[in-house]
Design a protein around this ligand. Structure first.
Ligand code: PMT
Length: 389
């Protein structure tokens, strides 16, 4: 790796500056960075003079490669539903959308027909003249989705840019948010991607596929040595399953990925509104963690969500405002004297218990409530920023 002395001369003012300088110096830029930055610049330059609001929506999970020639990587659960659905509602609200998404995750509009349990070919049949026809029962929805998609494309309102690894994501996030500066407060960053907190730094990453056996090694290991090694490994404190020799297991040593939210707020896009998401699995800590994130990074809104209930409810945590839960109506069957009837779930200030939720997906997309609420806060942000100039 490059030596410390050849780092850029920039003198970091804060720990966040130093983390930024080190990360972007030590990790190589992705090959597509220039191309994607060029596309983003063109898109922003197109919309900025018209005074249109532009949102950067990040979506899907980032991979963490374990090898340079990557065979294995660490990934996470995110399919990009939140990001792709939100992007559609932002378009409906008149925003121009840069959709920075994990390659092959869900995308606005096409999400209605991809990643589904039904194969998309099941929506189609062959017409008498050999043309392809959508099945009758799907036609009206498909036509509506197609029209909305074509309208977004025709007006150049949607730019989709893919990423795969955590490194791709961080480089392109920095570049696009810096390009968004000319938008001032009209820029909105909506960070819904599930970004890895850990990675293998380049100096520790092996070039080739990590081997599971040493079968290709030609020299035989003396029996005595192997026995001694195994015995030694049995007494290794680090070893949680001493029956498997350490040499046969894969122990992955990851470094923390710097959080660049502070850099986003202070330097990359200082006037834009920044919305981050906080994902937790433990309802007891969600709001506290969201508040901590807001205090630490001093941005404008944290949307908290729990893995098990994220399609049913989220909580808005914003400075100088009380926490607001947003929920879609849940219908559940309830026995009454007149039989079984539907009931809309009650509201409250505590997270829902997943056990109380009906099976399957909610009837309403929660993003249809999230985006108008974000838009309202964005309007206040624009007024506040412009008013104080
Ligand atoms: O795709 P779906 O299946 O619909 O799921 C949607 C979602 C649950 C992934 C989404 O709603 C969500 O919560 N996304 C953020 C998850 C997350 O990464 O949370 P976090 O606590 O690790 O990070 C908080 C914020 O910091 C995020 O906005 C993230 O973009 C940012 N971050 C995270 C890690 C990192 N190294 N740098 C960052 O800037």
């Amino acid at each position: 790796m490059s030596s410390q002395s050849s780092r850029p001369d920039l003198i970091p003012q804060t720990t966040a500056d130093a983390a930024e300088r080190d990360y972007f110096f030590e990790n190589p830029p992705p090959p597509a960075l220039e191309k994607h930055s060029g596309q983003a610049k063109e898109f922003i330059d197109f919309h900025a003079p018209a005074g249109r609001r532009v949102v950067l929506v990040t979506s899907g999970g980032t991979t963490v490669p374990l090898e340079r020639q990557t065979v294995r990587f660490i990934d996470n659960f995110s399919a990009g539903t939140r990001g792709a659905t939100s992007a559609e509602y932002f378009l409906e609200a008149g925003y121009a959308v840069i959709f920075l998404h994990r390659q092959f995750s869900l995308q606005p509009y096409s999400r209605h027909y991809s990643h589904a349990t039904d194969c998309f070919l099941d929506f189609l049949h062959e017409g008498p003249d050999g043309s392809i026809v959508a099945n009758e029962e799907y036609q009206s929805k498909m036509l509506e989705v197609l029209r909305r998609y074509n309208s977004a494309k025709k007006q150049n309102l949607l730019l989709t840019l893919p990423f795969t690894t955590i490194n791709d994501y961080l480089f392109v996030l920095r570049s696009i948010s810096q390009l968004m500066r000319p938008l001032g407060p009209d820029g909105l960053l909506y960070l819904a991607a599930a970004v890895s907190d850990f990675f293998v730094p380049p100096e520790r990453m092996v070039e080739h596929k990590i081997q599971s056996t040493n079968a290709t090694e030609t020299q035989a290991v003396p029996e005595q040595t192997t026995k001694e090694q195994n015995e030694e490994e049995t007494f290794d404190n680090f070893d949680s399953s001493p029956t498997v020799p350490r040499s046969k297991r894969l122990i992955v040593d990851l470094d923390p990925v710097p959080k660049f939210l502070k850099n986003l707020v202070d330097g990359w896009a200082p006037e834009g509104m920044i919305v981050s998401f906080k994902l937790e699995t433990d309802p007891e800590i969600l709001v506290r963690k969201a508040q901590y994130s807001l205090d630490r990074y001093q941005h404008h809104l944290v949307i908290g969500n729990l893995l098990s209930t994220r399609k049913w409810e989220v909580v808005f945590v914003a400075p100088n405002q009380s926490d607001t839960w947003i929920r879609v109506p849940r219908r559940r069957k309830k026995m009454t004297s007149s039989g079984i009837e539907n009931m809309v779930g009650e509201l409250g200030d505590k997270p829902l218990d997943p056990k109380d939720l009906p099976e399957g997906e909610p009837e309403m997309e929660i993003e249809s409530l999230i985006i108008p609420a974000v838009e309202e806060l964005h309007t206040s942000h624009i007024k506040r920023t412009r008013g104080t100039r």
